[in-house]
Design a protein around this ligand. Structure first.
Ligand SMILES: C[S@@+](CC[C@H](N)C(=O)[O-])C[C@H]1O[C@@H](n2cnc3c(N)ncnc32)[C@H](O)[C@@H]1O
Length: 257
């Protein structure tokens, strides 16, 4: 078999609004929680391409926002979006490890799918350290401030077909109930909480696979990398539909510090 180098895929922001299963309705709820009453400073740890932060700034016209993400491509996209929406005078975006963010407390903080900032590197294949993340976030939220915390959980007991395409371990995530305990132990008050629905997941996964579809649409069927890209698409589809669909979840918590 001829070796084919993996081709670069189109960026995920072309087929996803967020890098998490999140409907427009839920996003509007999170934005309302963070922007009313209006915050002075909004901090988004692991902001991706900044969509939620930018929506909060649009909804709270006096607020200043700061987004941090390790991915420079996502940060470039966030800055470009801020510019296009006339928000660049109130938004700053830094491409840096989130662990380096200190002394930057805010009255509205977002952290969705980015607890790994304060835990072991993903390559260490250790359980997600929610407690370390919550301690660090507690220190970033000003007294009485708000935190939107979204994180992966097991939404039903993990089984081998579900864990196989993930890290292969049942202890990778907590259940929502156990995560709520850690949240309370970290000193937050839970204002409301919910799980991403299966519809939000289906939309997210379809968008996630969309980069393969878009690559295939842009190239000939007999392109040397086409077979590999078709395989990647199929592996991703099977991992979800025959594996972790309905088992891997995301819980969203609206918290007060
Ligand atoms: C699941 S995505 C969520 C992105 C965004 N919060 C959203 O909801 O669309 C996790 C993000 O965390 C970022 N991230 C991962 N490790 C990080 C680190 N050590 N420091 C800063 N950002 C990190 C990734 O680049 C990615 O954009």
């Amino acid at each position: 078999m001829t070796h084919v180098t993996s081709p670069e895929m189109p960026p995920l922001y072309e087929s996803l609004t967020w890098l998490t299963p999140l409907s427009e309705e839920r996003a509007a709820h999170l934005v309302a929680f963070l922007s009313d009453p209006a915050p002075a400073e909004v901090l988004d740890m692991g902001c991706g391409w900044g969509e939620l932060l930018l929506r909060v700034l649009a909804s709270a016209p006096q607020a200043r926002g700061h987004g941090v993400d390790a991915s420079s491509k996502s940060i470039d996209r966030a800055r470009q979006q801020a510019l296009e929406r006339g928000l660049l005078d109130r938004a700053t975006f830094d491409s840096m490890p989130g662990l380096e963010v200190r002394n930057r407390r805010a009255d509205a903080v977002i952290c969705i799918g980015a607890s790994q900032i304060w835990g072991p590197p993903v390559e260490d294949a250790k359980p997600l350290d929610y407690a370390a993340a919550l301690r660090a976030l507690r220190a970033l939220v000003l007294p009485g401030g708000r935190l939107v915390y979204g994180e992966a959980i097991w939404s039903s007991p993990p089984h081998p077909a579900a864990t196989a395409p993930l890290a292969g371990r049942d202890d990778e995530f907590l259940s929502r109930v156990d995560l709520r305990e850690q949240i309370l132990a970290a000193g937050f008050e839970v204002v409301d909480e919910d799980l991403a629905s299966i519809q939000e997941w289906d939309v997210f996964e379809a968008g996630f696979r969309g980069r393969f579809t878009r690559w295939l649409e842009a190239h000939d069927d007999d392109h040397p990398a086409a077979e590999q890209v078709r395989r990647q698409y199929e592996e991703q589809r099977a991992a979800y539909e025959e594996g972790y669909r309905g088992v891997l979840g995301v819980a969203y918590f609206c918290l007060r510090g």
